[in-house]
Design a protein around this ligand. Sequence first.
Ligand code: HEC
Ligand code: HEC
Length: 255
Amino acid sequence: MKLKKIFFFVPLATTMLFSQQTGEEVFKQNCAKCHATVLGITNDGGYDNSYVTPAPYVDELIEKLKKETKTKEKFSAFIKEYIENPNKRKTLYGNKGIKKFGLMPSLKGAISDEEKDLLIEYLYNKIENEKKLINAKKPKKVEKVDPREKLFTKNCAKCHATVLGITNDGGYDNSYVTPAPYVDDLIAKLKEETKTKEKFSAFIKEYIQNPNKRKSLYGKRAIKKFGLMPSLKGALTEDEIAQLSNYLYEKYANN
Ligand code: HEC
Ligand code: HEC
């Protein structure tokens, strides 16, 4: 079964390889010598922004034709007809173009039907595709990290998980038991018990320096489960403690 599949795909893949011509190539071969794709680039590849191309700039042309033809079908039909039988009475781009550049010569016979389809697909999507490319190349906005988060990461995160189920080595195991209460639960419970932000901050400040089971607000069950939290006395300055408790208050259990 597997073998059959391979034999079926090989000839298909090779014919696709050999006949791979893109709409962009058809355009380069047949249209680009007159219709500029970049403004100001002269025939010999130099730059001169007063340089007049021998035919309308292709992006302008496409925009104007899309506006005039409205549907993709009409856009396609117009181009197919015009490149074989240019005629000033048919112009959609406008007589000003013909006055400026002269009438476009007929390209009858130069382009096969298949090439025409590729070409039109390319022209119709050219502007959008190029916009997408430019957007993809733009550096993504870096999410702003709260500078206070570092205090938590450095001093508390190795015990207090911020995401449940993430094990110490970065794996995922939803039965994994963290070494200390999950931070969202913890903050929710403390907010409930302390009521005001001042009391919340005072409690954190006191508890991280002098943990004690009689002070516990989170509950003795936690102490039974995890053991008492070790004292972090000296690890953070007064200012850092204040920043950290503000951060925890603002970030977690806000609903
Ligand atoms: C030898 C130069 C030359 C080549 C090659 C050429 N064009 Fe043009 N084209 C012009 C000129 C000049 C105009 C402006 C005058 C006009 O509209 O006829 C024009 C106008 C057009 C218009 C606008 C018609 C209108 O007036 O509404 C379309 C569409 C167009 N070209 C498509 C193409 C495509 C597609 C190709 C390649 C398959 C191509 N042209 C190749 C010279 C060229
Ligand atoms: C070495 C592991 C460890 C570190 C590091 C740690 N904790 Fe804890 N923490 C615990 C454990 C275990 C408990 C649960 C037992 C308890 O309440 O003492 C706990 C409980 C708490 C409680 C609840 C106290 C209660 O019982 O009411 C607060 C508040 C707290 N931690 C804040 C912090 C903050 C803020 C940091 C960082 C500055 C931090 N912890 C760092 C292990 C840790």
